[in-house]
Design a protein around this ligand. Structure first.
Ligand SMILES: [Zn+2]
Length: 395
């Protein structure tokens, strides 16, 4: 009897139909099911996935999915999560594969509790390195006969949001002025933005600068590329690239943060974790162990909210991140930071060195992340370790 009850109860909770009413009136949401994960764009050879590809997940009950996790192979440190917009198809879902994703199972979440099981391990090859193109160089000709000859350049292959920017330059060779547009291409090959600089005078170099925002908000991190489109007065067209950014000309990576300790480091033992016991309170951050004097930089640029010295924090600095909605706190610095309250700081800018001022056992950076509205201003600290591991993997 108990066994029969048990099995019918589990059948009810694991295989409900989408949107059916449960006894008592609440609505079930069916757990999504992954059947297959395949590569659709920017694939490696033989349609295999790599960082920067677009994957298609096939299965059931996929329309409400809001998050895809690439689990990788070693614990949580190589997990990569991608937020997705709920789609209309219950059977398929497209998702960009993060550049630093590695082989392993994939799972999807509708909400915190409604999620799929992990898929079988999916092989993911590394994303190719970007070929730098910092000075104007000729685009190999693939345009129509009589089309303008193009030269392009992109100032850098990697830039940090709120820290630097990227400049795209071009020059056309043609007997008469040429109408040009510049597309910003996303990882999946779609167009994120188009600039209309108008007519290009033959032989003149023109350029534009992008700071990593789209419609006033931070653009999602990932690989992008610039594409120059040109049309002559007679209608002959050409463009500077035809492939997705993962291996196209004039590609670059937009990164949201940089790892704050610029030298050898580790995340210490259990006591270094967020939430571990301290006398009278719990640890509000993650400790990053490194030699005293190791260079420390702003993980995210923004504005200095607080700076000071306190008996347990030692020399500390708190930066409100530009458009990130978070506060970043750095403690035990060897010397007071050169930055003061109200100063603007760029991502990656040196803010001090790792020290052991205040109540610190051994040299380390005590690092905290706070949700809006921030540090001792109504916000709450949260575990920064997953974010730190992510930043550490690419910077
Ligand atoms: Zn600490």
């Amino acid at each position: 009897m108990a066994a029969a009850l048990g099995s019918s109860a589990s059948a009810q909770t694991t295989t409900p139909q989408s949107g059916t009413m449960a006894p008592g009136g609440s609505t079930y949401t069916s757990s999504p099911v992954i059947r297959k994960v395949r590569c659709v764009t920017a694939c490696a050879s033989r349609k295999r996935l790599r960082g920067g590809s677009t994957a298609r997940i096939e299965g059931r009950y996929l329309s409400g999915v809001t998050k895809v996790t690439f689990h990788g192979s070693v614990g949580r440190r190589d997990d990569r999560r991608v937020a997705v917009k709920p789609g209309t198809s219950t059977r398929r879902l497209s998702v960009p594969v993060p550049l630093s994703a590695v082989s392993g199972p994939v799972s999807v979440n509708v909400s915190k509790t409604v999620k799929s099981r992990r898929s079988r391990s999916v092989k993911i090859l590394p994303a190719p390195e970007i070929e730098p193109n910092p000075v104007l160089s000729v685009v190999p000709g693939t345009g129509q006969a009589g089309a303008p000859k193009l030269e392009t350049a992109t100032s850098r292959t990697k830039f940090y949001f709120a820290g630097s920017n990227v400049r795209f330059a071009w020059r056309v060779t043609h007997p008469s002025p040429v109408n040009v547009t510049v597309d910003l291409i996303r990882t999946d090959g779609s167009v994120a933005h188009t600039w209309n600089p108008g007519a290009a005078q033959p032989g003149q170099t023109q350029s534009l600068l992008w700071r990593g925002t789209l419609a006033g908000a931070q653009a999602p991190p990932g690989r992008y590329s610039f594409r120059l489109n040109a049309a002559s007065a007679s209608g002959a067209r050409t463009r500077s690239s035809t492939t997705a950014p993962v291996d196209s000309r004039d590609a670059f990576d937009l990164l949201p943060h940089i790892f704050p300790v610029r030298g050898r480091h580790n995340f210490g033992q259990r006591g270094a974790r967020f939430g571990s016991g301290r006398s009278g309170h719990s640890h509000q951050g993650q400790d990053i162990m490194a030699k005293c004097g190791t260079r420390m930089v702003a993980a995210r640029g923004g504005k200095v909210r607080a700076k000071g010295y306190q008996s347990s924090a030692g020399n500390y600095l708190v930066i409100t991140g530009s458009r990130s909605g978070q506060d970043y706190a750095y403690m035990h610095l060897t010397e007071p930071s050169a930055f003061d309250r109200g100063d603007k700081v760029l991502t990656g800018q040196r803010i001090g060195t790792v020290g052991d001022t205040g109540n610190a056992r051994g040299c380390h950076l005590h690092f905290e992340l706070w949700r809006k509205p921030g540090w001792y201003n109504g916000g709450r600290p949260f575990n920064p370790l997953p974010a730190l591991r992510d930043w550490d993997s690419y910077s």
